[in-house]
Write a protein that binds this ligand. Sequence first.
Ligand code: FE2
Length: 387
Amino acid sequence: MTVVNEYRPVEVFFGEGAVKKAGEVGRRFGFKALIVTGRKSTKESGALDKLINSLKQNQIEYVVFDEITPNPTDKQVNKGAEIAVNEKVDFIVGIGGGSVLDAAKAISIVSSNEGYAWDYVRYPEGSRLIPFLNRPVITIPTTAGTGSEVNRYSVLTNPMTKEKMVISHSLNYPKVALVDPELTYSMPPRLTALTGFDALMHALESLTNKRENFIAEEYSVKAIELIRKWLPVAFEEPENKEARRYMSYAAMLAGIAIDHLGVALIHAMEHPVSGHYPEVAHAEGLSALAPYITAFNYRGNPEKYALFARLMGEEEKPHKAVDALVKFIERFSLPKTLKELGVEKEKLPRLAEDVYMCARHSFAVNPVEVGMEEVEELYERAYEGRL
Ligand SMILES: [Fe+2]
């Protein structure tokens, strides 16, 4: 057996009310915070007020940067970093969904080193610059999906080139995650399903790709069990305490699993989709691709795909993993094809090219050997809905 490791430089406070720890935790890092968030949802839900109250109670000054959008851009990160520098903040608090947490972490890197956000994304050849410093980051997720609160990844989009790429560096870890399931109660059913599906894809891809780490795989397995059981409940009953708690937990576990094991072709092929079509949510792209890629991939790791099928309530056979996904997608009315997402057929070769340019390092860990021909073919299948 290979030697595996488990190291988590992120301290986690998990449970209802965890957001109230923000001030006390923040005091470890200084007296002035940059709060990174989106335009609306944390203000409407009251999550932002909870955070601000906690900071005030601990005499922490703050500046709010509320311009992060879904599929956050390098520009947004650069602007946030400029504010962090000009305002001389001691630390950064990201409160919101995956986009906000990714941006908050990247703002920490860019505000502490030379250059701009795009200098730190990882091309197959490496990144242009390597960071040496960061500012402490506190992550407070308000969705249950991304896992960004506990890992080293930030996914950013460059609207000029339409590239969607990842910063992946040990200095991109947050210092503390405050995982408060109560903050997810205000998620509407569709967002609940989409973010839950993202977490499921983290668990599936980390479990089945070629990397091995039996400790991290335990997290993937647990996440799949929990999502299968509790996502339908959270979907039907937004304020079901148990369902929300287990979904927050599952998303966190899957986020740790991908930190160790990475993802594979489903994520590699999704990023160009939401990169070129920023109105498409990450999980919508995943859902439109997952069954077709799984039908291609299951032969490469029959044991793990059979396990996935069983955990999802199907017969323990590798090809049943596809059925499990199709049913799951149907159950939550998630997208089934790229066509229905508004992707244009003539764009498919360009999307395939971007997988090669931006993410071909993930080919090496995909369960089945894959090249450009297969990627193009899979985009076509996902476009037409041909399993
Ligand atoms: Fe994802």
